[in-house]
Design a binder for this molecule. Structure first.
Ligand code: FE2
Length: 323
Protein backbone atom coordinates (compact mmCIF):
# COMPACT_ATOMS: atom_id res chain seq x y z
CA UNK A 1 0.00 0.00 0.00
CA UNK A 2 1.70 3.07 -1.21
CA UNK A 3 0.20 5.90 0.76
CA UNK A 4 2.40 8.78 1.95
CA UNK A 5 2.99 9.51 5.63
CA UNK A 6 0.15 11.79 6.76
CA UNK A 7 0.48 12.88 10.38
CA UNK A 8 -1.13 14.72 11.94
CA UNK A 9 -4.25 15.58 9.91
CA UNK A 10 -7.47 16.85 11.48
CA UNK A 11 -10.63 16.48 9.43
CA UNK A 12 -12.34 19.28 11.41
CA UNK A 13 -9.84 21.68 9.77
CA UNK A 14 -11.28 21.12 6.28
CA UNK A 15 -14.80 21.33 4.86
CA UNK A 16 -16.88 18.57 3.33
CA UNK A 17 -16.98 18.33 -0.45
CA UNK A 18 -19.85 16.89 -2.46
CA UNK A 19 -19.13 13.29 -3.38
CA UNK A 20 -20.01 13.13 -7.04
CA UNK A 21 -18.17 10.02 -8.18
CA UNK A 22 -19.90 8.10 -10.95
CA UNK A 23 -22.23 5.38 -9.68
CA UNK A 24 -22.95 6.93 -6.28
CA UNK A 25 -26.32 8.51 -5.44
CA UNK A 26 -26.64 12.21 -4.55
CA UNK A 27 -26.65 13.22 -0.88
CA UNK A 28 -23.10 12.25 0.09
CA UNK A 29 -20.32 14.57 1.22
CA UNK A 30 -16.76 13.53 1.96
CA UNK A 31 -13.34 14.45 3.32
CA UNK A 32 -10.46 12.37 1.96
CA UNK A 33 -8.03 11.48 4.75
CA UNK A 34 -5.52 9.42 2.76
CA UNK A 35 -5.29 7.92 -0.71
CA UNK A 36 -3.07 5.41 -2.47
CA UNK A 37 -2.34 7.08 -5.81
CA UNK A 38 -1.44 3.73 -7.41
CA UNK A 39 -4.72 1.95 -6.92
CA UNK A 40 -7.19 4.52 -5.50
CA UNK A 41 -7.56 2.83 -2.10
CA UNK A 42 -8.52 5.52 0.40
CA UNK A 43 -9.92 6.46 3.78
CA UNK A 44 -12.64 9.09 4.07
CA UNK A 45 -15.09 10.61 6.48
CA UNK A 46 -18.53 10.64 4.90
CA UNK A 47 -21.67 12.65 5.66
CA UNK A 48 -24.93 11.02 4.57
CA UNK A 49 -27.46 13.83 4.16
CA UNK A 50 -30.91 13.31 5.69
CA UNK A 51 -33.18 11.71 3.11
CA UNK A 52 -30.30 9.82 1.44
CA UNK A 53 -31.35 6.70 -0.46
CA UNK A 54 -29.27 4.03 -2.19
CA UNK A 55 -30.52 0.85 -3.92
CA UNK A 56 -28.94 -2.59 -3.24
CA UNK A 57 -25.39 -2.86 -4.57
CA UNK A 58 -21.73 -3.67 -4.00
CA UNK A 59 -18.25 -2.14 -4.10
CA UNK A 60 -15.37 -3.52 -6.18
CA UNK A 61 -13.04 -2.99 -3.21
CA UNK A 62 -13.16 -4.49 0.26
CA UNK A 63 -14.72 -1.82 2.41
CA UNK A 64 -15.11 -1.11 6.14
CA UNK A 65 -17.29 1.53 7.77
CA UNK A 66 -17.98 2.84 11.28
CA UNK A 67 -21.03 5.01 11.96
CA UNK A 68 -20.05 7.75 14.42
CA UNK A 69 -23.22 9.87 14.43
CA UNK A 70 -26.80 9.42 13.19
CA UNK A 71 -28.16 6.22 11.66
CA UNK A 72 -28.63 4.28 8.44
CA UNK A 73 -31.43 1.87 7.63
CA UNK A 74 -29.79 -1.14 5.96
CA UNK A 75 -32.48 -3.40 4.52
CA UNK A 76 -34.95 -3.75 7.41
CA UNK A 77 -32.34 -3.17 10.17
CA UNK A 78 -31.18 0.06 11.77
CA UNK A 79 -27.43 0.71 11.99
CA UNK A 80 -26.78 3.34 14.66
CA UNK A 81 -23.78 5.00 16.30
CA UNK A 82 -21.07 2.36 16.73
CA UNK A 83 -22.25 0.16 13.83
CA UNK A 84 -19.22 -1.40 12.11
CA UNK A 85 -19.43 -2.94 8.62
CA UNK A 86 -16.86 -5.28 7.06
CA UNK A 87 -17.88 -5.88 3.45
CA UNK A 88 -15.62 -7.99 1.20
CA UNK A 89 -15.27 -6.91 -2.45
CA UNK A 90 -18.33 -7.72 -4.51
CA UNK A 91 -20.60 -8.56 -1.54
CA UNK A 92 -23.85 -6.66 -1.96
CA UNK A 93 -25.71 -4.74 0.72
CA UNK A 94 -29.49 -4.27 0.70
CA UNK A 95 -31.03 -0.85 0.07
CA UNK A 96 -29.73 1.87 2.39
CA UNK A 97 -31.56 5.00 3.50
CA UNK A 98 -31.19 7.63 6.21
CA UNK A 99 -33.96 9.81 7.65
CA UNK A 100 -31.76 11.75 10.09
CA UNK A 101 -28.45 11.55 8.21
CA UNK A 102 -25.24 9.90 9.40
CA UNK A 103 -21.54 10.66 9.87
CA UNK A 104 -19.20 7.74 9.19
CA UNK A 105 -15.59 6.75 8.64
CA UNK A 106 -15.06 4.55 5.60
CA UNK A 107 -12.04 2.54 4.47
CA UNK A 108 -11.73 1.36 0.83
CA UNK A 109 -8.82 -0.99 1.43
CA UNK A 110 -7.59 -2.19 -1.96
CA UNK A 111 -9.25 -0.06 -4.63
CA UNK A 112 -11.09 3.21 -5.16
CA UNK A 113 -14.65 3.90 -3.97
CA UNK A 114 -17.16 2.28 -6.28
CA UNK A 115 -20.85 1.43 -6.21
CA UNK A 116 -22.51 -1.03 -8.57
CA UNK A 117 -26.27 -1.42 -8.30
CA UNK A 118 -27.08 -5.11 -7.84
CA UNK A 119 -29.46 -7.24 -5.79
CA UNK A 120 -26.94 -10.09 -5.63
CA UNK A 121 -23.22 -10.60 -5.05
CA UNK A 122 -20.65 -10.36 -7.84
CA UNK A 123 -19.82 -13.80 -9.31
CA UNK A 124 -16.30 -13.71 -7.80
CA UNK A 125 -17.33 -12.35 -4.41
CA UNK A 126 -16.38 -14.24 -1.24
CA UNK A 127 -18.64 -13.51 1.74
CA UNK A 128 -16.07 -14.80 4.26
CA UNK A 129 -15.69 -12.23 6.99
CA UNK A 130 -18.78 -10.19 6.07
CA UNK A 131 -20.25 -8.63 9.20
CA UNK A 132 -22.32 -5.78 10.54
CA UNK A 133 -21.96 -5.47 14.32
CA UNK A 134 -22.24 -2.72 16.90
CA UNK A 135 -18.63 -2.13 17.88
CA UNK A 136 -19.64 -0.14 20.96
CA UNK A 137 -22.20 -2.60 22.39
CA UNK A 138 -21.44 -6.08 21.00
CA UNK A 139 -17.77 -6.48 22.09
CA UNK A 140 -15.87 -6.15 25.37
CA UNK A 141 -12.76 -4.06 25.87
CA UNK A 142 -9.57 -6.06 26.35
CA UNK A 143 -7.06 -4.48 28.68
CA UNK A 144 -3.67 -3.75 27.20
CA UNK A 145 -1.73 -6.16 25.07
CA UNK A 146 -3.26 -8.31 22.41
CA UNK A 147 0.30 -8.42 21.06
CA UNK A 148 3.61 -8.96 22.81
CA UNK A 149 5.34 -6.76 23.66
CA UNK A 150 2.31 -4.70 24.57
CA UNK A 151 1.54 -1.11 25.32
CA UNK A 152 1.30 0.49 28.76
CA UNK A 153 -1.66 -0.23 31.06
CA UNK A 154 -4.68 1.95 30.33
CA UNK A 155 -4.79 1.37 26.57
CA UNK A 156 -7.60 -1.07 25.75
CA UNK A 157 -8.76 -2.50 22.43
CA UNK A 158 -11.57 -4.38 20.70
CA UNK A 159 -10.61 -6.34 17.59
CA UNK A 160 -13.19 -5.74 14.85
CA UNK A 161 -11.55 -7.65 11.99
CA UNK A 162 -8.42 -9.80 11.97
CA UNK A 163 -6.88 -11.48 8.91
CA UNK A 164 -5.37 -14.76 10.18
CA UNK A 165 -3.00 -15.04 7.20
CA UNK A 166 -1.54 -11.54 7.11
CA UNK A 167 -2.12 -10.34 10.68
CA UNK A 168 -3.84 -7.24 9.27
CA UNK A 169 -6.25 -5.90 11.83
CA UNK A 170 -8.96 -3.29 12.38
CA UNK A 171 -9.69 -2.39 15.98
CA UNK A 172 -11.21 0.16 18.30
CA UNK A 173 -8.85 1.42 20.96
CA UNK A 174 -9.11 3.76 23.88
CA UNK A 175 -6.77 5.43 26.34
CA UNK A 176 -8.02 6.01 29.86
CA UNK A 177 -7.71 9.53 31.34
CA UNK A 178 -4.15 10.03 32.52
CA UNK A 179 -2.70 7.40 30.16
CA UNK A 180 1.02 7.68 29.47
CA UNK A 181 3.73 5.55 27.91
CA UNK A 182 7.38 6.56 28.04
CA UNK A 183 8.98 4.61 25.17
CA UNK A 184 9.11 4.89 21.36
CA UNK A 185 7.67 2.30 18.99
CA UNK A 186 7.63 1.41 15.31
CA UNK A 187 6.10 -1.48 13.38
CA UNK A 188 6.77 -3.64 10.32
CA UNK A 189 3.39 -2.63 8.91
CA UNK A 190 1.58 0.58 8.03
CA UNK A 191 -0.98 1.76 10.55
CA UNK A 192 -3.74 4.33 10.31
CA UNK A 193 -6.05 5.69 12.97
CA UNK A 194 -8.85 8.20 13.47
CA UNK A 195 -9.83 9.87 16.74
CA UNK A 196 -13.58 9.41 17.23
CA UNK A 197 -13.32 11.43 20.42
CA UNK A 198 -10.59 12.95 22.56
CA UNK A 199 -7.03 14.24 22.40
CA UNK A 200 -3.75 12.41 22.85
CA UNK A 201 -0.23 13.78 22.68
CA UNK A 202 2.79 12.26 20.98
CA UNK A 203 6.37 13.40 21.22
CA UNK A 204 6.95 13.63 17.44
CA UNK A 205 3.60 15.00 16.24
CA UNK A 206 2.02 16.92 19.14
CA UNK A 207 -1.67 16.81 20.04
CA UNK A 208 -4.14 14.80 17.96
CA UNK A 209 -7.70 15.93 18.80
CA UNK A 210 -11.19 14.66 17.91
CA UNK A 211 -11.23 14.16 14.12
CA UNK A 212 -7.46 13.63 14.11
CA UNK A 213 -6.09 11.09 11.64
CA UNK A 214 -2.79 9.57 10.60
CA UNK A 215 -1.53 7.18 7.94
CA UNK A 216 1.87 6.04 9.14
CA UNK A 217 4.04 3.82 6.91
CA UNK A 218 6.20 1.10 8.49
CA UNK A 219 9.26 1.87 10.64
CA UNK A 220 8.35 5.45 11.60
CA UNK A 221 9.04 6.32 15.26
CA UNK A 222 6.03 7.24 17.38
CA UNK A 223 5.85 7.80 21.13
CA UNK A 224 6.13 8.68 23.94
CA UNK A 225 2.36 9.08 24.39
CA UNK A 226 0.03 10.73 26.88
CA UNK A 227 -3.65 11.63 27.15
CA UNK A 228 -5.06 13.89 29.83
CA UNK A 229 -8.77 13.10 29.38
CA UNK A 230 -8.64 9.86 27.38
CA UNK A 231 -9.54 9.01 23.78
CA UNK A 232 -11.72 6.68 21.70
CA UNK A 233 -10.26 5.80 18.28
CA UNK A 234 -10.38 3.29 15.43
CA UNK A 235 -7.15 1.88 13.99
CA UNK A 236 -6.19 -0.37 11.12
CA UNK A 237 -2.94 -2.13 10.12
CA UNK A 238 -2.02 -3.82 6.84
CA UNK A 239 0.05 -6.56 8.51
CA UNK A 240 1.15 -7.95 11.87
CA UNK A 241 1.46 -5.16 14.41
CA UNK A 242 4.59 -6.03 16.38
CA UNK A 243 5.73 -3.31 18.79
CA UNK A 244 9.44 -2.67 18.33
CA UNK A 245 10.17 -0.56 21.43
CA UNK A 246 13.25 1.58 22.01
CA UNK A 247 14.40 4.91 23.45
CA UNK A 248 16.27 6.58 20.55
CA UNK A 249 14.20 9.49 19.18
CA UNK A 250 16.75 10.10 16.40
CA UNK A 251 16.72 6.67 14.71
CA UNK A 252 15.62 6.79 11.06
CA UNK A 253 13.07 4.51 9.32
CA UNK A 254 15.98 2.80 7.47
CA UNK A 255 17.79 2.15 10.75
CA UNK A 256 14.57 0.90 12.31
CA UNK A 257 14.04 -1.48 9.39
CA UNK A 258 17.57 -2.86 9.81
CA UNK A 259 16.97 -3.34 13.51
CA UNK A 260 13.69 -5.15 12.75
CA UNK A 261 15.51 -7.42 10.29
CA UNK A 262 18.05 -8.23 12.98
CA UNK A 263 15.20 -9.50 15.15
CA UNK A 264 14.44 -12.01 12.36
CA UNK A 265 18.13 -12.90 12.07
CA UNK A 266 18.24 -13.68 15.78
CA UNK A 267 14.85 -15.34 16.20
CA UNK A 268 14.40 -17.16 12.85
CA UNK A 269 18.01 -17.63 11.68
CA UNK A 270 17.31 -20.50 9.28
CA UNK A 271 14.47 -18.72 7.47
CA UNK A 272 16.49 -15.50 7.45
CA UNK A 273 19.49 -17.21 5.81
CA UNK A 274 17.24 -18.92 3.28
CA UNK A 275 15.61 -15.62 2.26
CA UNK A 276 19.05 -14.04 1.80
CA UNK A 277 20.32 -16.94 -0.30
CA UNK A 278 17.20 -17.25 -2.45
CA UNK A 279 17.80 -14.03 -4.36
CA UNK A 280 15.69 -10.94 -4.57
CA UNK A 281 12.18 -10.66 -6.01
CA UNK A 282 11.46 -14.36 -5.69
CA UNK A 283 8.82 -14.82 -3.05
CA UNK A 284 8.60 -18.23 -1.41
CA UNK A 285 5.93 -20.60 -2.68
CA UNK A 286 3.20 -21.06 -0.08
CA UNK A 287 2.05 -24.65 -0.66
CA UNK A 288 -0.60 -24.28 2.05
CA UNK A 289 -2.25 -21.35 0.25
CA UNK A 290 -1.31 -21.73 -3.42
CA UNK A 291 -3.95 -19.31 -4.71
CA UNK A 292 -3.17 -16.45 -2.36
CA UNK A 293 -1.49 -13.39 -3.82
CA UNK A 294 -1.35 -10.43 -1.49
CA UNK A 295 -1.88 -7.72 -4.03
CA UNK A 296 -4.90 -5.72 -5.13
CA UNK A 297 -5.82 -8.20 -7.88
CA UNK A 298 -6.99 -10.68 -5.27
CA UNK A 299 -9.26 -8.15 -3.68
CA UNK A 300 -10.70 -6.31 -6.66
CA UNK A 301 -13.10 -8.62 -8.35
CA UNK A 302 -13.14 -7.08 -11.83
CA UNK A 303 -10.99 -5.08 -14.21
CA UNK A 304 -13.71 -2.45 -14.14
CA UNK A 305 -12.26 -1.33 -10.80
CA UNK A 306 -9.42 0.21 -12.78
CA UNK A 307 -11.88 2.36 -14.69
CA UNK A 308 -13.29 3.59 -11.38
CA UNK A 309 -9.76 4.26 -10.19
CA UNK A 310 -9.04 6.61 -13.09
CA UNK A 311 -12.39 8.32 -12.57
CA UNK A 312 -11.60 8.92 -8.91
CA UNK A 313 -8.04 10.13 -9.52
CA UNK A 314 -9.21 12.64 -12.09
CA UNK A 315 -12.08 13.82 -9.88
CA UNK A 316 -9.46 14.66 -7.22
CA UNK A 317 -7.18 16.31 -9.77
CA UNK A 318 -4.45 13.71 -9.25
CA UNK A 319 -2.26 12.83 -12.21
CA UNK A 320 -2.43 9.09 -12.71
CA UNK A 321 -0.68 6.96 -15.34
CA UNK A 322 -3.11 5.09 -17.56
CA UNK A 323 -2.17 1.45 -18.02
FE1 FE2 B 1 1.76 2.21 16.61
Amino acid sequence: MARPHIEPFVDRDVGFKKFTMKGFKPGLQHKTLSIDKDNGACTMTIQYDSGFKQPPGFSYSECEMLIMEGSLKVGDKMARKGAYFFVPAGVHLPAISSDEGAFALIFYNFGPPSFQESDRDHDQADRTGFKIINAYEDLDWIMVARRTPGVAPGCCSKVLTFDEKTGACTFLYCMVPGFWQDNISYHDCAEEAYHIWGTSWMMQFGNLPTGGYFWRPAYINHGCFASQNGILAIGRTDGDLHNHFHHDPYSTPDENQERAAQVWARQRPTTYKWILSNGHNHGPHDFANPNDHYDPIKYNVADIADVHSHDYMHSLGIHHEHK
